[in-house]
Design a protein around this ligand. Structure first.
Ligand code: AMP
Ligand code: ZN
Ligand code: FE
Ligand code: FE
Length: 291
């Protein structure tokens, strides 16, 4: 059983449309794949159709932009109900923040002497529901300012770099509550990725677990071996589910091939069990766990 619980399509900042992504997941030999685009469920229908065609199990998910203080934290939501009004409202507010940030980034790039327009970025984002910095990076590659998304982030788009613009994110504890109340479960994505170990300490994670957090993504390319071992110990102490995933973005992120990290079947079973419990507790009609 090969299970990959974190992937992105072109509905957010992946480079493959949802159908292509799910087909490739099946061709790679995965048995289970979760589609977890940033802040949107828009890719689900296409992903479901392809999963049925290709004979792979789909977990409907999303990766929600949240904040702990000023730090950005990504929350993987599995089987949430995106029509649950309070969750829908939070997602709309995040997407609005993504859109209104685009002109501000263009203004900063203009000040740096780069003539990149809002239209350029919208064209590049195409039918994406969630516009992100990777789309800006792609335009910078097209016009020859940088060679890779990585270079664009490192030189211009990361916090502290000259074209960085902040945007709205839901407080993490609130996001966990919204996901759980909608009938899904929350798992923190790459909790110690990119220097975040100071934010999500064991103590903080214990508090979040008491507020409904069910798991942490341990096996992720942004975690070196020592971080994985330390996070595994924390998960054991706090009785959290441990997941492993690729965070595949098509060609948008190097070294994130489908299935490069996977989730153990018994951990996945436990995640499904907790999701079924959350669905019952929410009192909302459950759409069926898997597609
Ligand atoms: P945003 O959604 O606009 O906040 O941009 C964050 C997204 O950019 C996340 O999905 C990351 O996976 C992606 N990202 C962050 N840093 C890099 C990088 N160095 N190279 C490629 N993608 C990145
Ligand atoms: Zn992304
Ligand atoms: Fe992420
Ligand atoms: Fe991701």
């Amino acid at each position: 059983m090969r299970i990959d619980l974190h992937t992105h399509s072109s509905v957010s900042d992946g480079t493959e449309d949802a159908r292509t992504l799910i087909r490739k997941a099946a061709e790679t030999g995965l048995d289970v794949v979760a589609l977890t685009d940033h802040d949107t469920a828009e890719g689900w229908p296409e992903a479901e159709a392809m999963a049925a065609e290709a004979g792979i199990t789909l977990v409907r998910g999303m990766e929600i932009s949240t904040a702990v203080g000023r730090a950005s934290v990504h929350l993987l939501a599995y089987l949430p109900d995106p029509t649950y009004p309070p969750l829908a409202a939070a997602l709309a507010k995040i997407l609005d923040g993504r859109n209104s940030r685009v002109p501000a980034i263009c203004a900063k790039l203009h000040d740096l002497g780069f003539d990149i327009t809002v239209e350029d970025i919208r064209r590049r984002a195409a039918d994406a529901a969630a516009t992100g910095r990777p789309h800006v990076a792609d335009v910078m590659i097209e016009v020859g300012i940088v060679a890779t998304r990585d270079e664009a982030f490192e030189r211009f788009l990361n916090p502290g770099r000259p074209a960085y613009v902040d945007r709205y994110a839901v407080p993490l504890a609130e996001a966990i509550g919204l996901v759980t109340d909608s009938g899904g479960v929350g798992v923190i994505a790459h909790p110690w990725g990119r220097g975040k170990s100071g934010v999500l300490t064991e103590e903080t994670l214990a508090g979040l677990r008491d507020q409904g957090l069910v798991g942490i993504e341990v096996d992720h390319q942004d975690h070196p071996p020592e971080a994985r071992e330390a996070l595994r110990a924390i998960a054991r102490n706090l009785d959290l589910v441990v997941t492993g995933s690729s965070d595949h973005h098509g060609t948008g992120k190097i070294d994130h091939d489908l299935g490069c990290n996977t989730t153990a079947p018994e951990q996945f079973e436990r995640l499904l069990h907790l999701t079924a419990e959350a669905a019952v507790a929410s009192g909302r009609p459950a759409p069926g766990l898997l597609a």
